[in-house]
Design a protein around this ligand. Sequence first.
Ligand code: AMP
Length: 542
Amino acid sequence: MAETVATIMDYPLTLNHFLERMNTIFPHVEVVSRHPDRTVQRRSYAEIYERSRKLAKALINTGIQKGERVATLSWNHATHLECYYGIPASGAVMHTLNLRLSPHDIGFIANHADDKLLIVDDVLLPLYNAFKDALPAHRLIVVPFGGAVPDGMESYEDFIAGGAGPFDYVTTDERDGCAMCYTSGTTGDPKGVIYSHRGMMLHSITSAIPDMMGVSQADCILPVVPMFHANAWGLPYTATGVGAKLVFPGPHMDAESLLELFEQEQVTFSGGVPTIWLAIIQALEAEPKRWKLVEGLRTVVGGSAAPPSLIDRFESFGIKVLHAWGMTEMSPLGTVATVKNNLLDQAKRYRATQGYAAPLVDLRATGDTGEAVPWDGKTMGELEVRGPWVASRYHDNPGASDRWTADGWFKTGDIVTIDPEGYVQITDRSKDVIKSGGEWISSVDLENAIMGHPAVKEAAVIALPHPKWDERPVACVVVKEGASLSQDELNEFLSGDFAKWQLPDALVLIDEIPKTSTGKFQKVALRDQFKDWSWDEQRQAV
Ligand code: AMP
């Protein structure tokens, strides 16, 4: 009998396909960038296509080899989008450097990645100058984003002009690297992940489907999340893959500037971390009539837990919040909190969870024994993941191989519950969980609830060592201007949702919660701030 084999072409999934579509199907779609002087520049997909290919050819002309790293140090703008396509089209790997890190850390990361060529915004040259000596020989190309390129430096415009003329794509296997990011972790050395063309294509297509981010060519997408943080959650690729208009905010990331751009460009979809949305909702509430936003505006909130009160406040302005969970190691999308049809009567509860797995992503929760721990009708433990866009190892870092299980799952470090409907709820990072008298208290649950108090602007809950209970929760709170809050008031507010032993043992009012380079609460820094904490002194002070 004849052997039965599939009769389908073996067509590689590469980003070059999306780049071609930008020109053949959506040539007139706009990419808008706001520059440092606040002027707005418009390019069409056809122009981005032309310029990305010129960049690819210029890189090949300079001798960049397949798989070598070409770094960007840039804000969100159209030229950065050209790097998203042009660098992989040359066969190289685009490495986005995080401009919010210290020069010391950027130097470490660029060195570790062995970046051969750096494409840097002119306005970021002072930052570049502060770490460049840490790098071996490399070539510098300067993007005239803020104005002119300083004398003696090589302009991006001149560089890509050298790539004019016909261009043949480099032969690319779908498993080849296309992009690279380092984790923004708060402990240990940053670790690099190299994404594959295949993973990135599957991630982009899956992200776009209606029950995930649900974007189409009818959308106007503004990624607030930086293009140096997990590829701006893949939004530049997802948006161009479906043919949506893109709007890039450049360096103006304050709430008023963003709202102005939302209104001016009629943005329909956005994405960013909760800190950004907290600032935006405060601006909207202070002046509800000032900005005319598109009806039905949707926004993805992720990167840290979106407090339910934040979701409700946006909802009252008719803005739909999609809560999503992901990681740098996952390209980054893992779950989205779409409410399933059979759960619509509990929509409020489910949309505040981290959601259920994206297609092609497998999830499981594993306890210390390697088995899932049953808990209140759910399973509980550390979240482990696998899928076609999940990292299988870190770049050049064999020491970190303990993040993968023997049977090939990636250990996320997030402690979760998974309910029978598949919804994941993050209760903590494994290192943030509070262990009191042998029981666990979720710092995330406490923070979410505290942020619902009308006097509270921001709140983080940390575990501090306790002589009797091992650890006890301490609430670090920033109150709104002119507001006040006592511990009794806070605990009274929380007592409906928490058992007495779960309530914070102390409330500390602070001016600001320290944040990481990607806008997450930096609890390590908070714990450090209170390392000399004494419960006795605290008791006397009250
Ligand atoms: P990063 O690699 O910088 O994107 O950080 C990934 C980590 O951010 C995850 O492991 C989670 O701890 C946290 N995180 C991301 N999204 C969420 C979310 N929606 N809710 C709670 N934590 C989140």
